[in-house]
Design a protein around this ligand. Sequence first.
Ligand SMILES: NC(=O)c1ccc[n+]([C@@H]2O[C@H](COP(=O)([O-])OP(=O)(O)OC[C@H]3O[C@@H](n4cnc5c(N)ncnc54)[C@H](O)[C@@H]3O)[C@@H](O)[C@H]2O)c1
Length: 381
Amino acid sequence: MKTINIGIIGGGLMGKEAASAFGRWFVLNDFPVKVVLKAVCDLHEPALDWYRQIPGVDMLTTNYKELLANKDIDVVYIAVPHNLHKEYYLEILRAGKDLLGEKPFGIDLESAIAIQQEGERLGRFVRCSSEMPFLPGPQRVITEINSGKLGKIIEINAGFLHSSDMDFQKPINWKRQSKFCGEIGVMGDLGMHVMHVPLRLGWKPERVYAQLQKIVTERPDGKGGFAVCDTWNNARLNTTLTLDDEAIPMTLDMKRLAPGETNTWFIEVLGTTGGVKYSTKDTKALWTYIPGKEQVWQRTDLGFGVPFPTITGGIFEAGFPDCFMQMFAAYVAEREGFLNGRFGCVTPEEAVQSHEVFAAALESHATRSIVDIKEYAEEVI
Ligand SMILES: NC(=O)c1ccc[n+]([C@@H]2O[C@H](COP(=O)([O-])OP(=O)(O)OC[C@H]3O[C@@H](n4cnc5c(N)ncnc54)[C@H](O)[C@@H]3O)[C@@H](O)[C@H]2O)c1
């Protein structure tokens, strides 16, 4: 069986999640390619300790250049602060490796374009991380929409809600400082997750009116004092796109201050003859609108309907580690040419499109105006 050797750069929250997915690769049924985690890099040496327990990992390093020089590595998964994305992603590509880069795929639009163009120039297989759409619910939403049952689309609402900033005593970290996280703030953190499905369905926003909020402006610095917290906490993007020559409203919500929400990804699509909605808040529930004399939303309890079948029973519930693993399976399947029409990871072009929306949103908020997204992107690049 073909084996793909993986290197991870950034062994924090997401590096571990990735290692866990590779470590239980055998749960995928009849998957024709094996992956082996071979090397891990983290600048912070103690972060590497956790990886010592994983069989097969034969390189642990604090220097990513050492990992990139390792001829055995075929694919690099990288999960580091956003200010490092451009430089590191470009180096990975130039070292001859394929790439699964964490979102937002560059700290800003210019960085995302540079990564996309370099991947294309060098002919590397490059994708950006976004795992939530691989859950059974979002997959069924896509099927419902593609079935045409919804008729003419009336409106689309999608979002990703966290309450990670509701703890005002939580010490500052890189995700709450623009110089590391980016001017786009919460949009860089959560926006790609929100836009993956709409963009894949061809729903590309054309105009945006953005409402951005900076609510928490300082946090404990962990040393007894306070540090400035200058990122956007919440973003509501009121966008418009054209479908069948009609202007359709699409709201995209990205919030770190959403009381009561831990990791809520949702989408709602309403049409003239049907509708569909799904939220991870109620992981098993798919809601479909049944048109008729009475107004009916029907609930379907979902099982384990993921794109890449596993040993898990069909009626069991799917969760975060499952969709994260499905995303990697999709990456490998697409790289090896057997995705066969299944849902794939975010392409570099889609990552760039998301950044065009975020850049225009910053401009919209600053000028309190509706911004033409393509026009603005052409102007700033
Ligand atoms: N897909 C998702 O659901 C999801 C969730 C959270 C974060 N992310 C993304 O993953 C990336 C990392 O986020 P995280 O939550 O894992 O952050 P984290 O802070 O938990 O981990 C980042 C790791 O990178 C290491 N690091 C920093 N500089 C480095 C360098 N120069 N070389 C090597 N290692 C370095 C840090 O020591 C740390 O261990 C970001 O792009 C973030 O947006 C994705």
